[in-house]
Design a protein around this ligand. Structure first.
Ligand code: HEM
Length: 405
């Protein structure tokens, strides 16, 4: 039925997406208009093609190197003894810096400084959106129905990046460049305005940072809860030659069976869209051949139920990466697996996210030992849905020590 809602019938996005509408312009993520969406998706897709992503790999490496260096420095300051480090925050900083350098034209240096006005402000706005989702009438009252605008600080930051790039005449191979290149399109309808470009990049940060960092955070938690899985993953990455700079190349890790099994199993058990994907019946439909849904009815695609349903996933609540390995007794139920949604509105950044997770998890696990801290593991059982699925305390301290090179 989820496939029918999201793909075959391709129902319209629900009203909740209005909360992500900024600056009164339509964006790829927030638009509910199918025609507008199709047009934007065509313009923006080239930035997320596998080929273009390969050309961005240097940005992923530089950021990952900075993260590994930061952890190394913290360990050295403690004579390389096991050291408690907040891995939740570590992945957040990594993901923000990768989005910064690929989509905003420059790194936010979150890994180094732990703070930057742009992601800090957007994070504040996301909290506001989450609160607003639960208090729609109050929001209408407070804003008097006016459109939500992004903070002038973000607009100014981005305007400066755009201005500097066009004044210097330089091209930078990144996602922002693809958006800027639309300005030279022969068809005036294909030219994105500055405010559209700014709005898209903000939405990339919202859609692409916590989703990816939380998944990596949950993967570490699952590995700590399942030491035999951690051993299998370590054995797999230990079989690879680690480049001198301490970060794997994507070609080395992209097809590792156990690494991908760990990522898929985390995406299944700790699905970021666990609260469901909201749609509205834009016409009368019959779901599953029996349920009549009149036009205008809100419909939620329940990803959580599909991912934890025993009908499709034996031992559904158990973390078992082995179910994803070739030759598993019961093959994975790909028809009941929707971490990135499906259909016309599926995640445009899924290859980007997989690349980041493959490089990040493999390089980190190769380089460092991880051990659980009992109290933190207990705390991590409390999860909540705040735009994305997250651990309630928004932190996870893990004991980290160096592994042999
Ligand atoms: C593990 C990481 C990620 C997960 C689990 C994830 C999940 C999803 C899901 C479930 C949707 C559909 C949302 C809906 O219909 O309400 C979506 C859409 C989207 N995602 Fe992701 N995402 C991830 C990473 C990323 C990244 C890295 C980016 C960009 C850099 C990104 C950008 C987007 C955009 C722009 C959309 C809207 C696409 C459209 O409507 O055409 N996501 N994502």
């Amino acid at each position: 039925m989820i496939k029918q809602i999201l793909s075959q019938d391709d129902l319209q996005k629900g009203e909740i997406y209005e909360l992500f509408k900024k600056n009164n312009v339509e964006s790829l993520f927030s638009t509910r208009d199918k025609k507008v969406h199709k047009h934007l998706r065509r313009l923006i897709s080239p930035a997320f093609s596998v080929k273009y992503l390969n050309s961005l790999e240097g940005f992923f490496h530089d950021t990952l190197k900075a993260m590994i260096h930061k952890v190394d420095t913290q360990l050295q300051a403690n004579n390389n003894q096991p050291t408690a480090i907040d891995t939740w925050k570590m992945w957040q900083s990594l993901a923000l810096d990768i989005i910064g350098t690929t989509a905003f034209g420059q790194s936010f240096n979150m890994i180094e400084n732990e703070s930057h006005p742009v992601p800090d402000t957007i994070s504040w706005e996301m909290r506001h959106s989450s609160w607003a989702a639960n208090h729609p009438f109050l929001v209408k009252l407070l804003t008097l129905g006016r459109p939500l605008r992004s903070n002038p600080l973000i607009t100014e930051f981005m305007m400066n990046v755009i201005r500097e790039r066009s004044e210097s005449g330089t091209r930078r191979n990144d996602i922002l460049q693809i958006l800027l290149d639309t300005k030279d399109a022969s068809d005036p309808n294909d030219r994105l305005s500055d405010i559209s470009i700014i709005t898209e990049t903000i939405l990339f940060l919202i859609a692409g940072s916590e989703t990816t960092s939380n998944t990596m955070g949950f993967a570490i938690l699952e590995l700590l809860r399942n030491p035999s899985a951690l051993k299998c993953l370590q054995a797999e990455v230990d079989g690879l030659e680690l480049p001198d700079d301490g970060v794997f190349r994507h070609d080395q890790v992209k097809s590792l069976p156990y690494l991908n099994a760990v990522i898929n199993e985390t995406l299944r058990l700790d699905a970021i869209a666990a609260s469901g994907i909201e749609r509205i019946a834009d016409r009368d439909v019959v779901l599953g051949g029996t349920i009549f849904v009149p036009k205008g009815t809100m419909v939620i695609a329940n990803v959580y139920d599909a991912h934890l349903n025993e009908k499709y996933w034996p031992n559904a609540s158990k973390f078992e990466p082995e179910r994803w390995l070739p030759g598993a007794p019961v093959p994975p139920a790909n028809d009941a697996f929707f971490p990135f949604s499906t259909g016309s509105r599926d995640c445009i950044g899924k290859a980007f996210a997989r690349k980041e997770m493959q490089l990040g998890i493999a390089s980190f696990i190769r380089r460092f030992n991880i051990e659980p801290i009992a109290e933190e593991m207990e705390d991590a059982k409390q999860v909540r849905h705040f735009v994305t699925l997250t651990v309630a305390k928004n932190k996870t301290m893990v004991m980290i020590s160096p592994r042999q090179q």
